[in-house]
Structures are given as C-alpha cells and as structure tokens.
Design a protein around this ligand. Sequence first.
Ligand code: HEC
Length: 183
Amino acid sequence: MSARAILIGLAFVLSLTACGGSSAPPAADATTDATTDAAAAPAAEAAGEAEPVVPPPAAPADIAPNPDLPALLAAADVNKGKILYLQCRACHSLIPETEPGKIGPTLHGVIGRAAGAVPGFAYSDAIMKSGITWTAEQIDNWLTRPSEFLPGNKMVFVGIQKPQDRADIIAYIQAESAKSAAP
Ligand code: HEC
C-alpha cells in the first residue's frame, strides 16, 4: 500500500472520529497534509530503486590464511628470501618502476596495495576483478599456488610449497620496499 493511501485512509478515519461518523469528506487540512507527505514518498522510493546492483567480484579461492604465518614471518630470513626471490626476479622488479623487459608488475610496495594497482601494467581480469588487497596472508596464499588462488590469472608460476620459503620471500619484499629507490 502506498504512503498516500495510508495517509488518506488515516485522514478518513480521523475525520470519521472528529465528525462523529458523518459521511462528510475529510477536512481540508488533513487532505493537505496527506498530499505533502505523499509527495515526499516517491523520492524515497526512487532512491531505493536507484541502488546499484553491483555483481560480486570474481572472488579469490576461499583459502584460509595460514595460522602459522605470523610465526613464520617473525622467524623469516631476509637473506634467504633474497636468494629465493631470484625465482620472481625474472618477471618482477623490486624498485618503484616496473622495469622494461619484466613481464610482471613491480613488487615494490606490493604489501598493503590493492591488486592490479601498478599504473600502466596490463593485468588479467582475474587480478583486476579480484577485490584483493595484498596482505602478507594473501600473498602467502597466492604464492602457494597462483593458478588455484586466482584462476585465470597470467602469472605463470607453479608456486612455492615450503611455508617458510614463502615467508622469507614476503619478508624480503617488505624489506626492499622499505628502502628508497635510489641506489
Ligand atoms: C614467469 C613470470 C613470473 C614469475 C616467475 C613470477 N611472477 Fe608474479 N606475476 C607475474 C605476472 C605476469 C603477474 C600479473 C598477473 C595477472 O595480471 O594475472 C604477476 C603478479 C604478481 C603479483 C600481484 C601484483 C599486483 O600488482 O597485483 C604478486 C604479488 C606476485 N606476482 C608475486 C610474485 C612472487 C613473490 C614471485 C616469486 C615467488 C612471482 N610473482 C613470480 C609474473 C611472474
């Protein structure tokens, strides 16, 4: 039932009470009130309809964060991470710019950054629609097996099975990102 119908109905009941059951039409001021309120109602309804229907993002695989990760990061060996990062280095620079010749985006500052945010890099839809922010936990899951974490992504990398190795790499990325870009 519309707000207008309710208000007119209410005005009618009130007028019945006021006029002791006479069949006279509702008092003029009651009609005015009903009209004023009813005029506001369509605006509210329109606002409700205008709510955008945003499809949910192509969600990353629902992989729970590794509960041991904080401990692994605390025990991480940055120097070992540097050596392990050689696997990534072929494709990813760790300076603010994406180096020419690298087929992946720079990983400088990637921790805490939204996925797909390096300007000018042509990411896959899988990355662009993931809605991910790269926390250490998300990167840990991603590096375990990228193809499972975000199906359809274009990072051709099988993954790293040892949890401590992943933590060492994440610690190294973090340490390098904290340094200035200047040599
Ligand atoms: C063969 C090349 C290649 C290797 C090796 C590789 N990557 Fe990638 N990586 C990519 C590409 C290409 C993308 C972009 C993926 C897309 O758009 O689907 C990417 C994306 C990423 C992203 C998301 C970046 C962003 O801005 O959203 C992270 C994080 C990442 N890689 C980490 C790593 C780490 C850490 C390693 C090493 C353990 C590694 N990658 C190894 C090619 C590679």
